[in-house]
Design a protein. Structure first.
Length: 137
């Protein structure tokens, strides 16, 4: 996937949470950002090695210093902007939810439901997701 497409999908995933909260997100290519976005495979320096294609798609650390807030995406996956492979926008929006402090939801309509589905309504956040981010920020 071209780098500018990745950047655009990541921006859109951050915008989901910016619209639902008072948060603003600023991209930094230079400094060690609060929320890092890394594409890595298998063993990658934390205690949670990735597993090749499918299975675990990504993971994120809750808010905190250092690795806190960072998001890791399994680069063994076929990342896409559409309905084939795994939709990077949807997965990134979910991971950024974790990076901001949200846990999983038991509601299958929620973005924070713990299983991947490519199809999400135009408004990707459920009322529950919005309430949960409002409760934090
Ligand atoms: C909707 O977004 C996601 C759903 C499921 C996953 S996951 O299957 O990689 C999940 C990781 C996660 O919940 O963040 C699993 F525990 F590994 C990632 C993003
Ligand atoms: Zn999750």
């Amino acid at each position: 996937m071209p780098r500018n497409t990745v950047d655009s999908l990541v921006d859109s995933a951050f915008s989901v949470w910016a619209r639902a909260s008072s948060l603003t997100f600023v991209r930094s290519y230079t400094r060690n950002a609060d929320i890092m976005v890394h594409f890595v495979t298998y063993e990658h320096g934390d205690l949670f090695p990735f597993d090749g294609p499918r299975g675990t798609l990504a993971h994120a650390f809750g808010p905190g210093l250092g690795v806190g807030g960072d998001t890791h995406f399994d680069d063994s996956e076929h990342w896409t902007a559409g309905d084939t492979g795994f939709n990077l926008f949807v997965v990134a929006a979910h991971e950024f939810g974790h990076a901001l402090g949200l846990k999983h939801s038991r509601n299958p309509e929620s973005l924070m439901y713990p299983s991947y589905k490519s199809s999400h309504p135009a408004n990707i956040l459920s009322d529950e997701d919005v309430a949960n981010i409002h409760a934090l920020y």
